[in-house]
Design a protein around this ligand. Structure first.
Ligand code: CUA
Length: 314
């Protein structure tokens, strides 16, 4: 359904919840503005020069009136905050097992990779009705992955993973924008999201070469880049075993416990001294500058798959 000339059409399941919040804020602000202007007009007319309206100050007790309107306003705005937070959390926490698509931003393009290995540049093909979670990071500066028709907009940060998920609900071709100023060609950093019916989507899958899956590339990198030399079960070096580590609690040398999520695995590869596992020497070399963000994502995909596909609960 189109939301009128001022808005792009709504093409995802989160679209309505964002629009409803926006229209409610617009209505509340509109009512307050109308009230202020009505009072302004009334006072201008009533107290115009020469009118007989009484002007002497009377001392009225207004304490309860003040308390009532202040707390009512506070409650309304706290309510809006809670409502918006619920919408936000809904969009940022995908249910386990949601199809994951890797998004890597760089000056000035979007690289996407499907779980089966299929890659696209400045394009993303999705199947209508199929939920997807985007796991995103940047290779250089801050970008922002924004699809107005889906009402989704999420900053994409270097050294950090951000996630958003949604279900496309309408077949079509939708604009993708970078919504954070990121340098000279920021305004050109965009592309298209193609939402297809299951039939044409299957034909698109069949017509394009998937290549190697992220898990397969990750497994290869695990051997080729020497991770296996220390972290495999039969390794000579005393290093944490990584099989099944994803989403498990890890005890750190400083006594704290973290969950081995994507961010922890990412940082352990690129910033190994940030969080050292308890009982191990900080001897792991950093892979900063040697592995790109795409390769780190593939390694993590491999480590996640070594859970046997099941997502362990923390
Ligand atoms: Cu990337 Cu603006």
């Amino acid at each position: 359904m189109s939301a009128g000339i001022l808005f792009p059409e709504r093409a995802s399941d989160v679209g309505w919840s964002v629009d409803l919040l926006f229209y409610s804020l617009l209505a509340i602000c509109g009512l307050v503005t109308l009230g202020v202007f009505a009072a302004l007009t009334i006072f201008c007319v009533r107290y115009r020069e020469g009118s007989a309206a009484p002007r002497q100050v009377k001392d009225r007790g207004t304490l309860w009136f003040e308390i009532t309107w202040t707390s009512a306003t506070l409650l309304v705005f706290l309510g809006i905050f809670v409502w918006a937070a619920l919408v936000y959390f809904r969009m940022s926490k995908p249910p386990p097992g949601t199809k994951e698509i890797h998004v890597i931003a760089k000056q000035w393009m979007w690289k996407t990779q499907h779980p089966d290995g299929r890659r696209e540049i400045n394009e993303l093909h999705l199947c209508v009705g199929e939920p997807v979670a985007l796991v995103m990071t940047s290779q250089d500066v801050i970008h922002d992955f924004s699809i107005p028709a889906f009402r989704t907009k999420q900053d994409v940060l270097p050294q950090k993973y951000t996630t958003e998920w949604f279900t496309p609900t309408r077949p079509g071709k939708y604009h993708l924008f970078c919504a954070e100023y990121c340098g000279t060609d920021h305004s050109r950093m965009g592309g298209w999201i193609y939402v297809m019916e299951p039939g044409p989507y299957a034909r698109w899958l069949a017509a394009t070469d998937a290549g190697e899956s992220a898990v397969a590339v990750g497994a290869r990198l695990f051997q080729a880049r020497g991770c296996a030399g220390c972290h495999a079960p039969n390794a000579a070096v005393h290093a944490p075993l990584l099989t099944g580590i994803y989403n498990r609690p890890v005890a750190l040398a400083d006594g704290s416990i973290v969950i081995a999520d994507e961010q922890y695995l990412h940082d352990s590869i690129l910033l190994p001294n940030k969080q050292v596992a308890a009982g191990y020497q900080p001897i792991m070399p950093t892979y900063q500058g040697q592995l790109g963000e795409e390769e780190v994502m593939q390694l993590i995909a491999y480590l996640k798959s070594s859970n046997g596909g099941e997502e362990a609960k923390p």
